[in-house]
Design a protein. Structure first.
Length: 408
């Protein structure tokens, strides 16, 4: 039809046979289209529908909250069985042609307009839960990532965590705020179990989390149930974390997995935001000036667990809970902070980064190396080739384990 219009505009008559050959049509059909001026009527569209007799009922029921096309069809078959109405597919086509939409009242659907917050006003955070990935050796890693987004600049922070307890949440939030250089007026999230427990149908706040918020200098706000749009800026961060999927089977150990998450964070903060048109890292330079000073960090850490510091020796082991635990090679000679929670989790931090996490309740040996940390140690030894490091690490760890001196 578009080609015929071009011939009309040019004031020439087309070759009906040639056009029919190219489009698989009879030349007489093309000539009919030409003579009709491009307005070909389909008699089927003019036929009345059996649903016309109950259109008022369909429109009335479609306006009810939660109504579905399937429910409306079942209702019509029940209440208007005498009319011998067509199938469900016919009803969906009928409603589509008549622009009848389910669950939308006369005044329109519930709006969720975009809104902006001034610099330093709000931080939205949530867990990206139950992520499952395999490393190059087929080892399964099940973990979570806390995503936190500043409302004005859209700056994202991602923090890896094997579990999502209250200790994990507060530790990750503290790490985010240290990295940001301060805190916002309020922090918003949903009814996560780390903040709210439900007993007998009633919600109860986890008192330690609210005490942490008060000492840090922000208001903790829980958004209403099933209203993710209230923290939509952080919800949008999930599309960045989806970039993790392509690394499945293509990383070695927890350290590299954490490093990949850090790189994704850096890249998404350098990309222009669809709404602001600027990279979050650029707008953050302005928002950073409006952040509140963070409360006493030492006091905040004490709300998470027992805190101590240590310079990492060449053994790559730090001491906690009466035993020693491995950290990455890059920590040697550097001062790290050890936070041991009441649940037995040991989080080792260097600056604002969590460099290692150990479960002190799951191992009883004096020295506890993670396999990837031990491989890093062997990689510095010239007698081991690249292909031999992983095998040598396994062999040495098994030997040490047999002597009762290394953890799983």
């Amino acid at each position: 039809m578009g080609e015929l219009d071009m011939y009309r505009q040019a004031g020439t008559t087309p070759n009906f046979t040639e056009i029919g050959r190219r489009y698989g049509l009879n030349r007489h059909t093309v000539a009919k289209y030409w003579k009709s001026g491009g307005r070909i009527e389909d008699a089927r569209s003019e036929r009345p529908s059996a649903f016309d007799a109950v259109r008022d009922v369909i429109e009335k029921k479609a306006a009810l909250p939660g109504a579905t096309k399937k429910a409306i069809h079942e209702y019509l078959l029940d209440r208007h069985a005498d009319k011998k109405l067509p199938s469900y597919n016919a009803l969906t086509a009928y409603m589509l042609r008549r622009d009848i939409v389910c669950g939308v009242p006369d005044e329109g659907a519930e709006p969720h307009p975009r809104y902006e917050t001034p610099p330093g006003k709000q931080l939205q955070f949530d867990w990206k839960e139950n992520i499952r990935m395999h490393d190059v050796d087929g080892v399964l890693y099940e973990f979570n990532v806390l995503s936190a987004t500043l409302g004005y600049s859209r700056l994202h922070r991602f923090r890896y965590s094997a579990t999502k307890t209250t200790d994990d949440l507060l530790g990750c939030l503290l790490s985010v705020m240290i990295a940001n250089g301060g805190t916002t007026e309020k922090c918003m999230t949903d009814n996560m179990s780390a903040l709210v427990t439900v007993s007998g149908g009633r919600r109860k706040k986890v008192e330690r989390a609210w005490r942490f918020a008060a000492e840090a200098g922000f208001d903790l706000e829980i958004c209403a149930v099933r209203t993710p749009e209230t923290k939509g800026k952080d919800e949008s961060a999930n599309r960045f974390l989806n970039r993790l999927k392509v690394y499945d089977g293509d990383f070695r150990g927890e350290d590299e997995l954490v490093a990949i998450i850090e790189r994704i964070e850096h890249r998404c903060n350098a990309e222009p935001n669809d709404t602001t048109g600027l990279p979050p890292a650029v707008l953050f330079m302005k928002e950073k000036e409006h952040l509140r000073p963070l409360g006493n960090v030492r006091s905040l850490e004490s709300l998470i667990g027992d805190v101590s510091t240590q310079v990492v020796p060449s053994t790559m082991l730090v001491r906690a809970a009466g035993r020693e635990w491995s950290v990455p090679r890059r920590c040697i000679g550097r001062k790290v902070k050890k936070v041991l929670t009441a649940s037995g989790q040991l989080r080792v931090m260097m600056g604002s980064d969590v460099v290692a996490v150990h479960d002190t309740t799951a191992a009883s040996q004096p020295f506890n190396y993670k396999a990837e940390h031990y491989e890093q140690a062997l990689s510095a030894k010239p007698r081991y080739g690249d292909d031999d490091i992983a095998a040598a690490a396994v062999a040495n760890l098994e030997l040490l384990n047999g002597l009762g001196t290394v953890g799983a």
